[in-house]
Design a protein around this ligand. Structure first.
Ligand code: AMP
Ligand code: MG
Length: 326
């Protein structure tokens, strides 16, 4: 069992349904969790260096893991990024606003604190209406990693954010549970050809239809330093052990206190399970199921491994990381 220790910061955490109130708190240099269609984010205005520092402290996030900068408009894109190449422009035209982060050359205005000193910046324009209203009212780009303790599954509901970060952050803007439930697709557009760094709801096949030259991370030089520093850290892991399987492999021999999530019928003898109708439901429910299992002290979660096609690639990626196999 993994033990995560974090000091409590003893801050007063405001819960609000008002994007106006949340934006006012952010504009005063404080940190605010907010809903997006992927997972909940924990935001600071990009020019508030002390607030950015507080994000790393509240999450227990390693200092070399850059934050994604969230923008409201294409004007803000020009504020944070420069030298945007034609491939990136095509992806922006097709997928912004939405669950896609592009790694672009950083504009010098963006503080190094937000990008962990990288010459590039990850930029995303969320489509969730509450996120959009919050970003509009904030009036500046917002640096935001996922709103969870580092290493734990991302938070897909305000309740999950509150459980992890109450007393450590200034505000939680409450919204609906995230409709996608997995973090954004990340594409590096800072080099000569686009590279998929992290799979997400915008699938590799959808990206390929727009930029056929796109490569996957595994196609690139294995000896190069990791393109996305965050991907080298253990991620998405519940306390329970994760066992990857095909559903029909686990009949009999079940470990006690087990749970199952997948698309196929659960194995006999398992009472705690989530049977998903399709990949979309699987992605949406995965992290919330991990958190429920931890709350119930489940020891082992059997997870059906989907194929690497479409959204299955993103679910597979998170499952492999949660199981420590990536
Ligand atoms: P999170 O928001 O917690 O899902 O983490 C953000 C992810 O985006 C991490 O894996 C980071 O490494 C990645 N990321 C953010 N900015 C960059 C960048 N400039 N270059 C490469 N990866 C980035
Ligand atoms: Mg994260």
């Amino acid at each position: 069992m993994k033990i995560v220790t974090h000091s409590r910061l003893n801050m007063q955490t405001t819960l609000t349904d008002s994007p106006e109130e949340a934006a006012a708190i952010l504009k005063s240099g404080r940190i605010v969790a907010f809903p997006t269609e992927t997972v909940y984010g924990l935001g600071a205005g990009i020019y508030h260096l002390e607030a950015i520092r507080k994000i790393f402290q509240a999450k227990g996030r390693p200092g070399d893991n850059p934050l994604i900068v969230h923008i409201y408009s294409l004007e803000q894109l020009a504020e944070v990024a420069c030298d945007i190449n034609p491939e990136a422009r095509k992806l922006i035209a097709c997928f912004f606003p939405g669950p896609l982060t592009l790694v672009l050359k950083k504009n010098s205005l963006v503080p190094d604190a937000a990008t962990a000193g990288l010459p590039t910046v990850g930029v995303r324009c969320p489509s969730n209406p509450v996120a959009r209203e919050f970003l509009r009212l904030s009036g500046c780009p917002v640096a935001a990693p996922s709103a969870n303790l580092s290493g734990l599954p991302s938070a897909t509901s305000w309740e999950a954010v509150y459980k992890d970060l109450d007393g450590k952050i200034d505000c939680v803007l409450r919204g609906n549970p995230s409709s996608i439930g997995l973090e954004s697709t990340i594409v590096d557009c800072s080099g000569s050809k686009p590279v998929l760094l992290r799979a997400g709801a915008i699938t590799f096949e959808q990206l390929q239809a727009v930029v056929p030259e796109i490569a996957t991370n595994s196609n690139t030089d294995k000896h190069a330093p990791p393109k996305s520093p965050g991907l080298k850290y253990p991620h998405y892991a519940p306390k329970a052990a994760i066992v990857l399987c095909q559903a029909d492999e686990i009949n009999g021999g079940l470990l006690p206190s087990s749970a199952y999530i997948g698309l196929s019928a659960p194995p006999e003898g398992i009472s705690r399970f989530k049977l998903c109708l399709n990949l979309e439901e699987y992605g949406r429910e995965l992290f919330s199921f991990f958190r429920t299992c931890d709350a119930e002290d489940i020891d082992t979660i059997y997870c059906e491994l989907p194929s690497n096609q479409g959204f299955g690639r993103a679910i597979r990626d998170r499952l492999m990381r949660a199981a420590g196999k990536k």
